[in-house]
Design a protein around this ligand. Structure first.
Ligand SMILES: [Fe+2]
Ligand SMILES: [Fe+2]
Length: 394
């Protein structure tokens, strides 16, 4: 199958994956197997659905990489949090349904640990769900994904705990799921702002960490409450909120290892999720990765967490259509961690959607073709990110 931007869909294409309604995560808008008609394509564009999977024979590698079970778990997580947010938004005192959250987190964690192929769904995360619900569920998924792949680091960072407790990340999943719950108490115009926006420096924005902590701490563990309070702390000590001041120690934000490792993980995935979908527009993963490594964020994040995330989220998603620097179109069928900008691709014959378009048997491992690079993803020019060389492993 192929992952196509909705603007590139053509009548007659067949959906390979169901499409969820972007404003109602529990509603399936179109089921897999549906053949696209003009009215369907128009409606998908009107609703702001950014990408869809379509059937395209000859791409077994892509089909094998798509983990439908994790996608289903992610959907259940959306539903769990959406139910809570609906109740919270009525501004009534509700008890958080921790049992429901824990169950959803545990299901996802089990699948993440058992299944190594996650890269294909990260793009889907960015493109479904209402803004805050989607962000919270995505951060929970990404936090669990990162946590599951850095157990040695977790043990060292939580060395006062027995190893099995130090490695247990279910409270990380719950804390990430609730980290911005304080935003529900903010003015509407600030709710969808993030650390990418200039309003992030405003006291009215920054207070969401205290508001969320005050709202939730009686219903969640100390560890999860700590994530809600400290997910905007920065590794270099330039974050917020300042801890309580005392005579011997004036008020100042936390820094380095003073910040709980779970809060350090959520700080990174929070930024990454916003970078994947700035202003509601989904961008190629390579753009978000370059953003995470840009000067704006220098010193903000634990470098071990950043490297773990970037190992797990390839710059070019399997299944996406890319344009090579020689003008040919191809599908990404495999990634190589040591050369993130040089995936293996399979060439396409003709433009996708045109009569006679299909894959060719010709594969290119771009590690072996130093004179060919990727110029565009889904029609978006990415040459400046590829050529910068800043995405190579450090
Ligand atoms: Fe936040
Ligand atoms: Fe956030």
């Amino acid at each position: 199958m192929l992952l196509l931007p909705t603007t590139s869909l053509k009548v007659g294409m067949t959906l390979a994956q169901p499409i969820l309604h972007p404003l109602c995560e529990s509603c399936v808008l179109l089921t897999d197997g549906v053949t696209l008609e003009p009215s369907y394509i128009q409606r998908l564009n009107e609703l702001g659905v950014s990408h869809v999977w379509i059937d395209f024979p000859g791409l077994d590698e892509v089909d094998a990489a798509l983990n439908k079970e994790i996608s289903q778990d992610h959907l259940r997580l959306y539903q769990a949090i959406n139910d809570s947010i609906e109740r919270l938004e009525r501004r009534v005192a509700v008890k958080l349904n921790l049992h429901q959250y824990r169950k959803a987190v545990r299901c996802m964690l089990t699948n993440i640990v058992e299944e190594p192929n996650h890269d294909v769904i990260t793009h889907q995360l960015a493109s479904c769900g209402s803004v805050l619900t989607g962000h919270l569920a995505n951060c929970s998924y990404l936090s669990l994904l990162v946590g599951a792949h850095m157990t040695g680091y977790l043990r060292r960072q939580r060395s006062s705990l027995p190893a099995d407790i130090a490695e247990n990340t279910s409270e990380l999943g719950v804390g990430a799921l609730l980290h911005d719950v304080g935003k529900l108490l903010m003015p509407d115009e600030l709710q969808n702002k993030s650390i990418l926006d200039e309003q992030a420096d405003w006291p009215e924005y920054r207070c969401h960490v205290h508001a969320g902590f005050d709202h939730a701490h009686e219903n969640v563990s100390v560890v999860a409450a700590n994530i809600i309070l400290n997910h905007h702390q920065r590794y270099d000590g330039s974050g917020f909120p300042p801890r309580e001041g005392r005579e011997s120690r004036p008020a100042a934000p936390l820094s380095g290892r003073q910040i709980h490792i779970f809060s350090r993980i959520v700080a990174v995935v929070d930024a990454f999720d916003h970078l994947l979908c700035p202003g509601g527009r989904v961008v190629p993963t390579i753009v978000a990765i370059a953003g995470l490594r840009s000067a704006k964020f220098a010193g903000w994040f634990d470098p071990v967490v950043v490297e773990t995330l970037l190992r797990l989220v390839p710059a070019f998603q399997v299944g996406s259509v890319v344009t090579l620097s020689n003008g040919l179109e191809a599908v990404v069928i495999g990634n190589h961690p040591e050369a993130p900008c040089r995936p293996t691709v399979r060439l396409l014959k003709g433009k996708v959607g045109e009569d006679g378009s299909r894959t060719t048997p010709r594969e290119l491992d771009l590690r072996m073709c130093r004179n060919i690079t990727i110029a565009a993803v889904s029609g978006i020019d990415v040459r400046k990110y590829v050529s910068a060389g800043e995405l190579e492993p450090v």
